[in-house]
Design a protein around this ligand. Structure first.
Ligand code: FBP
Length: 545
C-alpha cells in the first residue's frame, strides 16, 4: 500500500508519557476524598449505589514494581471521529503490554454494535503499527448505537466471557461515557467481573469539567479549521470583494467557533450560548450582521469573514419553538404529511398549520431553508438541525435586510461548512501525546482494578513532563435531565460560559475585529519544527491556566 511521506514520518513519532506512567501501567494510586455528583446527588446516588461517591484518583510512578498478571481487555470507539482515537488504542495496548506481554486487546468493530454482536479483531503490535499517530477511527470503526439497556449489557458480558475479557474501554463523548457508567454500575451490582473505563472524546469540546480539561480531538480539529479560515482571510484581504460565511461543526456548544475566533480574529463570530442567554431573535441577529456589513462598506471594505456555529438555530428561542412545533405536527399528522407528494406541498402543509408566531418565522425564511426543515428528518421524524445550511440562511436574510434598508454597497458572498475536514486528521502533537497518555492511563486504571472511571490527564497547558494522570468517577459528572420524555442520569454537557475567560476575551475584542482587519493566519497544523509552532496549545486551554 502506498502511504504519504507525512504518514511515514508520523509512524515514527514517539509520544511522550507523563512522569507517573514512565515505569509502565502499574502505578501508585493516591485516593482523594469521596465525591458527589454535578447535580441531583440524591437521585444519582440511588441510581449508582456501587460507583457513586468513589474518590478522584491520582497516579504516581511506582518504584517498587510488582509482577502483574496478563489481562484481556476490549475496546470500542463510539460516535463521531476525533483526531487521536488510534493513539488512545496504541497507549492502551502499550500500557497493557507493560503489565504483561501476554495481555490481549480486542477491538470491537463498528462501535457499540460490535460489542453487542461480538464482532471483534485482536489488536496485536503488528496490526497496530500502521495506525500509530494517524487520524481516523478506521482501525476498528465507530458507531452511534446507544448501549443502554440490560439485554445489551448481558450480550456484551457473554462476548467478554468467551474472550476472557475482564475490562472494557469505551472511547466516546458525553452520551457514550454516560452509558459506560451505566454499564460499570450494572456489572458491579450484578457481580459480573468486568471493569468499565471511559475516555473523553469529541471535537466539539463539550465533554469537560473541573477534572477533565478538554476532550481529545478538539485541539487538532480547531487548528485545521483555523488554518482554513486563515487561508480564506488572506484571500479575502487580497481580493477584497467577498464576504465569506463559514459554518463550523459542533452539534450543540459553540466551543469550536469561539476557539477559531480567538485563533483567527474574524469580523463576525456568533456564539449560540450568548444568543440563547440574551433571547435574541433571528431578526436581531440579521440586523446585527447587516449593521457590520454596512459599517465596513462605509469604510470602503466590501469584504469580511463571519463564523457561524453549527448548532445556532436551536439556540434561537423562537426557532427552537418553531422546530418543536414542526416535530409535533409531523408526528401528529404523519399520514397527511407523508401523503403530500412533493417538497413544495409539504412546505405548504407545514406553513399553514404552524401557530401564528412560528408561522410568521417560517414564512420569513428563504425557500431553501423551509425545504431543508421539512426534508431532512432523522429516523424519529425530527428535524435534523445540523443539516440546515445556516450560513446560507444568514446570507440570504442579510441580503434582503440590506436591500430593504437601501444599502448601496456591495454584498457578494461565499459560503462554507467546515466539519468533516477536521475530524480524521493526523492528530496534532498535543492530541497525539494526550490520547496516548489517555489510553495508557486507562490501562493503569484497569491494572488498579477500578471501574466506572474516566481516564483523566491534567495540567495540559504545561509540557508533557508536567502532566498529571488519574481517574475521575463518572457519576461525579452527572445530573438528571429530561430526555425523550423521561428523567435520565447524564453527564452534564459543557456549553460556553459567558463569564469564561475565552468568551470575555472575545467580547472585549469583537467590535475592533468587526470594524478593522486584524486577521491572523495560523497556517496548517505543523508536526515538525519549533516547539512554539508545533506544540501550540488551544486558546481554551491557555485561558484555563
Ligand atoms: P461526537 O459528539 O460523537 O464526537 O460527534 C460530534 C460531531 O462531529 C458533531 O460536531 C457533528 O454535529 C456530528 O458529530 C456529525 O455527525 P455525523 O458524523 O453523524 O454526521
Amino acid at each position: 500500500m502506498t502511504i504519504s511521506e507525512l504518514q511515514k514520518a508520523r509512524l515514527n513519532y514517539q509520544p511522550q508519557l507523563a512522569p507517573a506512567l514512565q515505569n509502565g501501567a502499574s502505578v501508585k494510586i493516591i485516593e482523594g476524598k469521596p465525591t458527589t455528583s454535578a447535580g441531583d446527588s440524591a437521585k444519582i446516588k440511588t441510581l449508582f449505589p456501587k460507583t457513586y461517591g468513589s474518590p478522584i484518583l491520582e497516579m504516581e510512578i511506582e518504584t517498587d514494581e510488582q509482577p502483574q498478571n496478563a489481562i484481556n481487555v476490549g475496546v470500542i470507539l463510539s460516535g463521531g471521529q476525533a483526531p487521536g482515537g488510534h493513539n488512545v488504542i496504541a497507549g492502551l495496548f502499550d500500557g497493557l503490554q507493560s503489565l504483561d506481554v501476554n495481555s490481549k486487546l480486542f477491538g470491537f468493530l463498528g462501535g457499540p454494535d460490535g460489542l453487542i454482536e461480538g464482532d471483534f479483531v485482536e489488536i496485536t503490535e503488528e496490526f497496530l503499527v500502521p495506525y500509530r499517530n494517524t487520524g481516523g477511527f478506521d482501525i476498528i470503526g465507530s458507531g452511534r448505537t446507544k448501549l443502554e439497556d440490560e439485554n445489551q449489557f448481558h450480550k456484551v458480558a457473554e462476548h467478554c466471557e468467551k474472550l476472557n475479557i475482564s475490562a472494557l474501554v469505551i472511547i466516546g463523548g458525553d452520551d457514550s461515557n454516560t452509558n459506560a457508567s451505566l454499564l460499570a454500575e450494572f456489572y458491579a451490582q450484578n457481580g459480573i467481573p468486568i471493569q468499565v473505563i471511559g475516555v473523553p472524546k469529541t471535537i466539539d469540546g463539550d465533554l469537560k469539567n473541573e477534572q477533565i480539561e478538554i476532550s481529545f480531538g478538539f485541539d487538532t480539529a480547531c487548528k485545521v479549521y483555523s488554518g482554513l479560515i486563515g487561508n480564506i482571510m488572506r484571500d479575502v484581504f487580497s481580493a477584497k470583494k467577498y464576504w465569506h460565511f463559514i459554518r463550523l461543526m459542533g452539534r450543540s456548544a459553540s466551543h469550536i467557533t469561539l476557539e477559531c475566533a480567538l485563533q483567527t480574529q474574524p469580523n463576525i463570530a456568533i456564539i449560540s450560548e450568548e444568543v440563547a442567554e440574551k433571547r435574541k431573535t433571528l431578526g436581531q441577529i440579521i440586523e446585527e450582521i447587516a449593521e457590520i456589513v454596512k459599517n465596513r462598506a462605509q469604510n470602503g471594505e466590501n469584504f469580511g469573514v463571519a463564523l457561524i456555529p453549527e448548532g445556532l438555530v436551536e439556540f434561537i428561542p423562537e426557532f427552537k419553538m418553531m422546530i418543536a412545533e414542526m416535530n409535533d405536527l409531523i408526528a401528529d399528522e404523519a399520514q397527511e404529511f407523508n401523503n403530500r407528494e412533493n417538497l413544495d406541498e409539504k412546505t405548504e402543509f407545514i406553513a399553514q398549520r404552524l401557530k401564528t408566531d412560528s408561522q410568521k418565522l417560517y414564512k420569513s425564511l428563504p425557500n431553501l431553508i423551509q425545504k431543508q426543515l421539512v426534508n431532512d428528518r432523522d429516523p424519529h421524524g425530527n428535524v435534523q438541525v445540523s443539516l440546515i445550511e445556516t450560513e446560507k440562511l444568514l446570507i440570504e436574510m442579510v441580503n434582503t435586510k440590506l436591500k430593504s434598508n437601501g444599502f448601496s454597497g456591495k454584498f457578494k458572498t461565499q459560503s462554507h461548512f467546515f466539519g468533516y475536514e477536521g475530524r480524521s486528521v493526523f492528530p496534532s502533537n498535543f492530541d497525539a501525546n494526550y490520547t496516548y497518555n489517555l489510553g495508557f492511563t486507562a490501562s493503569a486504571l484497569i491494572c488498579a482494578k477500578q471501574t466506572g472511571y474516566m481516564a483523566a490527564v491534567r495540567n495540559l497547558a504545561k509540557p508533557v513532563l508536567e502532566w498529571q494522570v488519574g481517574g475521575v468517577p463518572i457519576p461525579m459528572m452527572m445530573n438528571i435531565e429530561r430526555r425523550h420524555g423521561s428523567e435520565k442520569p447524564v453527564i452534564a454537557k459543557a456549553l460556553t460560559e459567558l463569564d469564561s475567560v475565552p468568551f470575555v476575551k472575545f467580547v472585549k475584542n469583537r467590535e475592533k475585529w468587526a470594524n478593522g482587519n486584524y486577521y491572523i493566519y495560523p497556517g496548517p497544523v505543523q508536526y515538525f519544527g519549533p516547539t512554539e509552532v508545533c506544540d501550540r496549545i488551544s486558546e481554551m486551554l491557555k485561558c484555563c491556566h
